[in-house]
Ligand binder design. Structure first.
Ligand SMILES: N[C@@H](CCC(=O)N[C@@H](CS)C(=O)NCC(=O)O)C(=O)O
Length: 318
């Protein structure tokens, strides 16, 4: 996208400035009283063998439990190797990875990645191709980049490990439906996100007006996709009222940015008239306990977007 890469880069830089430290509550959506883990952004676990000790040294366990106790709490009675997400609190792609991990009940820790003109050695080592967040670091030191790839890895990984099988899969069983979930995830990243980004940060009034039209067109397509995938009556794209799946996560991670656009510009993108199915879906998704835990507060995204607008000289009064 024209502005997206640089702007999202900048967005993360400034997100660091705004959020200083990231708190993460592990992973059992039935267990909202799990230990809260406070993660320092200065942790530098680039090598597998360094990571465990680095992590333990850098974690500040605000609940008063030790790291090993926290791992126990997160995983139930069996201590599990902990995965690590390099990410940022306001990053929608990081939210996508975290939503997948939490919905699948996977213990993880979130390390706030300071993005700036010079990316950290930790990030470049973990994602040398793109240098972007999120990155999922496995307990053995290997890494996985790209939020949609991470989501699918988490789904597949957790069906082959014990203790997680009670959780619902993120991708549907049917191969065609799986393909559709992947297709629409690609569409969201290709069409919707660049438009949403440009609604607030497009350089001219015309560019921003075009972005609103593009975002609405993408959402109309997604409204149709929701009708088809959910069978018309489903609560979620997954076609069930039980749990969100891949497509719910892929779109849901952008809800705070979408609502922030609406609030900032006094427009509606998802509403009862234009996209009634998505309107209902968005409320159900946002009310899910995992979404409530992971997604940033809209007002925080609004403030941050205003900050970016002034930083980039986007004159919304023009
Ligand atoms: N396609 C990537 C996009 C990730 C992305 O754009 N991340 C942003 C933060 S939300 C980033 O790292 N920006 C820094 C940069 O572009 O250098 C994914 O799905 O993971």
């Amino acid at each position: 996208m024209g502005i997206g890469d640089n702007r999202s880069h900048q967005l993360q830089l400034e997100a660091r400035a705004l959020t200083v430290q990231t708190k993460h509550r592990p992973v059992n959506d039935a267990d909202t009283t799990s230990a809260t883990v406070h993660v320092s952004s200065s942790a530098r676990p680039t090598q597998a063998r360094d990571r465990a000790s680095d992590r333990d040294a850098q974690l500040s366990i605000t609940s008063g439990t030790s790291p090993s106790e926290w791992k126990m709490a997160a995983a139930g009675s069996t201590p599990a190797p902990v995965m690590t997400v390099l990410g940022g609190e306001l990053s929608p792609f990081t939210a996508r990875a975290r939503l997948a991990l939490e919905l699948r009940g996977v213990a993880y820790e979130l390390l706030d990645e300071p993005l700036g003109p010079t990316k950290s050695a930790r990030l470049l080592a973990a994602n040398p191709i793109y240098g972007k967040i999120p990155v999922l670091l496995l307990p053995d030191g290997r890494s996985i980049s790209e939020s949609a790839v991470i989501l699918q890895y988490v789904d597949e990984h957790t069906t082959t490990t014990g203790g997680e099988v009670r959780r619902r899969r993120l991708l549907p069983e049917d191969p065609y439906e799986r393909a559709m979930h992947r297709f629409w995830t690609f569409y969201i990243d290709d069409k919707l996100w660049p438009a949403l980004d440009a609604v607030s940060l497009g350089p001219t009034r015309d560019a921003r007006a075009q972005a609103v039209a593009d975002a609405r067109a993408a959402l109309r397509r997604l409204e149709e996709a929701f009708g088809e995938r959910s069978g018309g009556a489903g609560f979620f794209f997954s076609g069930t009222d039980e749990a969100p799946g891949m497509l719910d996560i892929a779109l849901g991670c952008f809800l705070p940015a979408l609502r922030a656009c609406e609030r900032l510009h006094g427009i509606y993108l998802v509403d009862e008239d234009a996209t009634p199915l998505l309107d209902g879906w968005s409320r159900r998704f946002a009310a899910h306990p995992v979404a409530r835990r992971v997604l940033p507060d809209t007002e925080k995204v609004v403030r941050f977007t205003r900050f970016l607008q002034s930083k980039f000289g986007v004159d919304v009064s023009e």
